[in-house]
Ligand binder design. Structure first.
Ligand SMILES: N[C@@H](CCC(=O)N[C@@H](CS)C(=O)NCC(=O)O)C(=O)O
Length: 213
C-alpha cells in the first residue's frame, strides 16, 4: 500500500488530495512541525535525507518532491485521469502550471518569507520579490479568466499542484480585491469532496482559513 509521510500544514496536503480524487488507498505516517521553529522533526530524515514532506513510499520506492509524486501517481495509477491528453493546448497549459507552482510562485513566496526575517538589509530585495509575486498572481487571475480551471475547463492535477501555492499566497496577504477569480476558484477547489476528505485525514491545515473573504 502507498504510504505518505505527512507533515501538518504542508505541501503533503496535495498528495492526499490527489489520492482522494483518484480513489487510491493509502496509509499516513504523520509528523508534526516543531512549535518553535516550525521545522519538520528529525525522524523525517530517516525516510529521506532532506527531511521534508511530502515523501511517498510505494513498495521499495521512496519519492520526495510533491510534483514528482503527482506525476508518478498519475503515470502508475491514473489510468488517464486528471491530466489533459498529450498534444492538446490544455496539456501545454497543464505542464506550465504544474512547473510554475514550485519553480516560480512557491520559490518567491518562500524567499520572501525568509527575507522578512533578515530585516532592513533585505528590504530592497524583499520589495523586488513582492513585485514578482504580485505579477504572478495577476497572471493567474488572467488565466482563470480564460477557463474555469487552471489548464482548461476540466479539473486536473495542475489545480492540485497550484492549490497549495495559491493558498499560501492568500494566507501571506498577497491576494488583493482585484483577484476575484482567484478567490472564487480557490473556494471551488476547497469545496471538492476529495479536498475535504484530505483535510479530515491529514489533520491541522492552516492555509485555507482566509480564503473566503
Ligand atoms: N519542493 C518540495 C518542497 C518540500 C518542502 O519544503 N516541504 C516543507 C513543508 S511544505 C517541509 O517539509 N518543511 C519542513 C522543514 O523544512 O523542516 C515539494 O514540493 O515537495
Amino acid at each position: 500500500m502507498i504510504v505518505i509521510h505527512h507533515l501538518n500544514n504542508s505541501r503533503s496536503h496535495r498528495i492526499l488530495w490527489l489520492l482522494e480524487e483518484l480513489g487510491i488507498e493509502y496509509r499516513l505516517e504523520k509528523y508534526s512541525r516543531d512549535p518553535k521553529t516550525n521545522l519538520a522533526p528529525p525522524e523525517l530524515r530517516a525516510i529521506h535525507p532532506l527531511g521534508k514532506s511530502p515523501v511517498m513510499q510505494d513498495g521499495e520506492l521512496i519519492l520526495p518532491e510533491s510534483g514528482a509524486i503527482i506525476e508518478y501517481l498519475l503515470e502508475r495509477y491514473g489510468e488517464g485521469r486528471l491530466a489533459p491528453q498529450p498534444g492538446t493546448p490544455e496539456r501545454v497549459r497543464y505542464l506550465y502550471w504544474m512547473h510554475f507552482s514550485e519553480g516560480t510562485l512557491m520559490l518567491h513566496l518562500v524567499s520572501r518569507l525568509y527575507l522578512t526575517r533578515v530585516g532592513e538589509a533585505a528590504k530592497a530585495m524583499q520589495g523586488r520579490v513582492e513585485v514578482m509575486i504580485g505579477n504572478e498572481l495577476d497572471l493567474i487571475e488572467h488565466e482563470l479568466g480564460r477557463s474555469s480551471h487552471i489548464a482548461g475547463e476540466e479539473f486536473s492535477a495542475a489545480d492540485i499542484q497550484m492549490g497549495f501555492a495559491l493558498e499560501f499566497a492568500v494566507f501571506a496577504g498577497f491576494a488583493s480585491d482585484k483577484h476575484t477569480k482567484l478567490r472564487e476558484y480557490l473556494g471551488r477547489m476547497q469545496a471538492r469532496p476529495a479536498y475535504r476528505r484530505a483535510i479530515e485525514t491529514g489533520g491541522t491545515y492552516a492555509f485555507n482559513s482566509t480564503v473566503t473573504t
